[in-house]
Design a binder for this molecule. Structure first.
Ligand code: ADP
Ligand code: ZN
Ligand code: ZN
Length: 682
């Protein structure tokens, strides 16, 4: 039989089933592998060993504690493996919770006494949902139209729900979900951020608890404890779950009778896994829906240009929610030109004034700054020394650590160091902190508005499990007056009392070399702006910038995504960039950037030198390999090679021929590298 194993070899692997055992497709089996024992998944029961009979080993045990994984799930994993060019075992096994794939995390036969059975006997935790704050809303005409259209679809269709922030996309999702549930189908609901799951969990439970029961909803994300994830997964695999809510990993949920997939904030980069299998859960959702012949709804106020282009071509069905559901007004977005004015601790006077006014009115303000820590770098004005990470080619960031004083921290490798009392190079005792991060802004605002409750939400303030949820609850309850935050606060949240949004360092992204930077900036600013005035009239957004004339800002103040997207697509078309081409990135890591570059150069040369690749020369474009912008992280130096084609199938076919040759070179150079299909960051 053929078995998928989580090892970095092509696989699948051949094993024999001894007389005493019986195994069927989709079951987990324990097998010997080298000197280890591993859990694998049976992909095929045919006896067709590709090497001599006597070398084929017996499987040791069949784990029949769960129903076998379904064929469609196996096919889905196999598709992902082939599309992203990874061994199938490295896709299928990591998709499962670790207790189901790590030998030793169980004892003996599992069907009765194993961890899964034990888990079932454990007293079920009672979840106390918040009282349903919003009942089913009566849909407005645009929402109704969207719901009707999707409900009338037969089979597979990708729907792009383009709805401005606050237009009630959630309400549309919920109506569609109810429709699927009442037809006896399951719903898969993907959200980009762990922190958005509680909000949706509450909304789903409030609406559907009567329909599906408390246990009919399973939540899957990487913030769960192993046991919680196992419990959710097992319940899904046993067919006890009607709604799966989760982040990108939930796309691998073993659904049985899905009727609808929803991808909220489909443009969000969090749908892209950045290690191991570098998949896009949004793209896989479309493939999965196609496989299951069901609709998939991609929702966003700022769709990715890829999705927008598909909609323009009519491949996706575009539905529009053009108005806000509650206040009907979009917040007024204003640009605060910082070129001519003196800033106070990074704030323009009008911005501080606006915060003060909101405070007086009892409304909340959000200060958005995508930079955590206290100061991005420490600097010596007399000799030019800067706080550089000893392991990476970046500066260390100063953080105030309660109880530890000030530390320098590297955001790339995790290095911690003391803040020197004097300059290590010249002895100057007057070291300066340059720039500001969320901590410093929080400190300043608390000093400037002593009567206000100021809080900060970023990766640092929410490190402890559950603390993010507590902080968000305090924002929702209205206790917090001024919220300082990174992108963590920008997405999806429906804060009721929030009237004002202030954006501090938007320009940082303006001159990035990444061709997607303007698209990302527009999306991010539209998202964070969309938090303002969702329930209160007179919502306002103030964006501080030294470049107010930039197209991206001009489109933002007009709330004109369409014009911005269409113009951006014209540029992409002229420059042959995605979505008008398809890309693959090979990133190599070595002791020195020269070794990495050498490997990539050899990989690149294959196209010209190998006769079997000759046919691709006209249809594949390879850029020159380049060192990464941040070339060194944790003593490892990095370079990358970008490969491009106007055709996705051509690119895939080329990879099929080229990557095995690249692997040979990689072995010879003993180099670590990885492949990223459809990279989002270049
Ligand atoms: P978004 O499109 O940004 O996801 P939401 O779904 O969060 O917007 O909706 C914004 C607010 O409008 C929510 O508080 C929601 O309860 C409310 N809402 C949605 N639809 C309606 C409706 N038809 N009538 C009244 N309020 C609605
Ligand atoms: Zn110095
Ligand atoms: Zn570092």
């Amino acid at each position: 039989m053929r078995v998928a194993l989580d090892v970095p070899l092509a696989g699948p692997f051949d094993y024999r089933v001894p007389e005493s055992l019986e195994a069927i497709k989709g079951q987990r089996v324990l097998v010997p592998f080298g000197r280890r024992e591993l859990i694998g998944i049976v992909l095929d029961t045919i006896e067709s060993p590709s090497y001599p009979e006597e070398q084929v080993k017996d499987i040791l045990m069949v784990l029949d504690d769960l129903p076998p994984l379904r064929q469609d799930w196996l096919d889905f994993g196999q598709f992902a493996a082939s599309y992203y060019h990874r061994p199938v075992g490295e896709v299928l096994l990591p998709a499962m919770p670790s207790a189901l794939r790590k030998p030793g995390s169980y004892t003996g036969k599992l069907s009765k006494g194993g961890p899964v059975a034990r888990l079932d006997r454990k007293k079920k935790k009672t979840r106390v949902p918040e009282p349903p704050e919003d009942r089913m809303h009566e849909l407005n005409p645009e929402q109704q139209q969207a719901v009707d259209t999707v409900q009338s679809l037969k089979g597979f269709k990708t729907v792009l729900l383009h709805g401005v922030t606050g237009s009630g996309k959630t309400e549309v999702y919920l109506h569609l979900a109810l429709d699927a549930l009442t037809k006896g189908k399951q719903v898969l609901f993907l959200v980009p951020e762990i922190n958005l799951t509680p909000q949706f969990e509450q909304a789903l439970l409030a609406r559907f608890q009567q329909v599906v029961g408390l246990e009919g909803l399973a939540v899957l994300h990487s913030g769960l404890a192993e046991g919680e994830r196992l419990k959710a997964w097992v319940a899904i695999q046993r067919g006890q779950v009607r709604i799966v809510l989760g982040t990108r990993m939930a796309i691998f949920a073993p659904l049985q009778e899905a009727g609808l997939i929803i991808v909220d904030e489909e443009h969000d980069a969090s749908y892209k896994q950045q290690e191991g299998l570098r998949y896009s859960a949004r793209d896989l959702a479309i493939w999965r829906a196609h496989q299951l012949d069901i609709p998939v709804v991609l929702g966003s106020a700022t769709p990715s240009l890829e999705s927008w282009q598909h909609a323009r071509l009519g491949r996706y069905l575009k539905l529009t929610l053009s108005k806000r559901a509650k206040t009907t007004y979009m917040p007024a977005i204003k640009l605060v030109d910082t070129k001519q004015i003196k800033l106070e601790q990074g704030f323009a006077p009008v911005v501080l004034h606006a915060i003060r006014e909101r405070l007086a009115r009892g409304e909340q303000s959000l200060v958005f700054l995508n930079r955590r820590g206290y100061a991005p770098v420490i600097h010596c004005a007399s000799c030019g020394w800067m706080s550089q990470c000893p392991r990476c080619s970046v500066y260390t960031v100063m953080h105030r650590m309660p109880g530890h004083g000030n530390v320098l921290q590297c955001h790339h490798c995790g290095y911690y160091g003391r803040v020197p009392v004097k300059c290590p190079d010249c002895g100057n005792q007057d070291l300066e902190m340059l720039g500001r991060g969320t901590q410093r802004v929080e400190e300043f605002l608390q000093a400037a508005f002593p009567q206000a409750c100021v809080e900060r939400i970023d990766a640092d303030s929410t490190r402890l499990k559950g603390s993010a949820r507590q902080l968000f609850d305090r924002v929702h309850s209205g206790e917090i007056d001024i919220l300082v935050g990174t992108q963590m606060v920008a997405k999806g949240h429906d804060f009721r009392k929030l009237g004002l949004v202030c954006v501090l360092n938007a320009d940082a992204m303006l001159f990035s070399s990444d061709f997607r930077a303007p698209e990302k900036l527009f999306a991010q600013l539209a998202q964070v702006s969309g938090r303002a005035g969702r329930h209160v009239a007179g919502g306002e957004v103030l964006i501080q910038t030294a470049y107010p004339e930039q197209a991206v800002y001009q489109a933002l103040i007009q709330h004109d995504y369409d014009t911005f997207a269409n113009a951006s697509l014209e540029e992409r078309k002229i420059t042959h960039l995605p979505p008008f081409s398809y890309q693959v990135l090979i990133s190599a890591q070595a002791k020195t950037v020269n070794e990495a570059m050498q490997f990539l150069l050899e990989a690149r040369q294959l196209l010209a030198s190998q006769p079997q690749l000759a046919g691709f020369q006209a249809v594949i474009n390879m850029y020159d390999p380049v060192p990464l912008r941040i070339v060194r992280v944790a003593h490892v130096e990095r370079a990358q090679l970008l490969v491009e084609s106007a055709s996705r199938p051509v690119l895939q076919a080329f990879l099929g021929h080229w990557l095995p040759l690249v692997q040979e070179i990689g072995k010879r150079h003993r180099i670590r590298y990885f492949i990223e299909v459809d990279p989002l960051e270049i």
